[in-house]
Design a protein around this ligand. Structure first.
Ligand SMILES: [Zn+2]
Length: 76
């Protein structure tokens, strides 16, 4: 299997998936993905995408909470 973007081989590994919902950043750890060894593009299986969406939208009981410093790269 190869990367959609650059055609390099992909490697199965666990990644940390993050998504911003309004003012909240949701982090899902240990998500299985195929990661391109060249450009880092991540490919998720349809099952994984479905579970991710469920996890993110339900947010029932997170395993732990993170404190996240936010920097503005464009700020002077
Ligand atoms: Zn790639």
């Amino acid at each position: 299997m190869t990367c959609d973007l650059c055609g390099s081989p992909v490697k199965e590994q666990m990644v940390t998936y993050t998504i911003q919902l309004g003012d909240k950043l949701v982090v899902v750890e240990h998500v299985p993905a195929k990661v391109c060894i060249q450009c880092g593009e991540r490919l998720y299986s349809p099952d994984t995408v479905e579970r991710l969406q469920k996890t993110v939208w339900e947010q029932r009981s997170p395993a732990r909470m993170l404190q996240t410093p936010v920097f503005d790269f464009a700020a002077k």
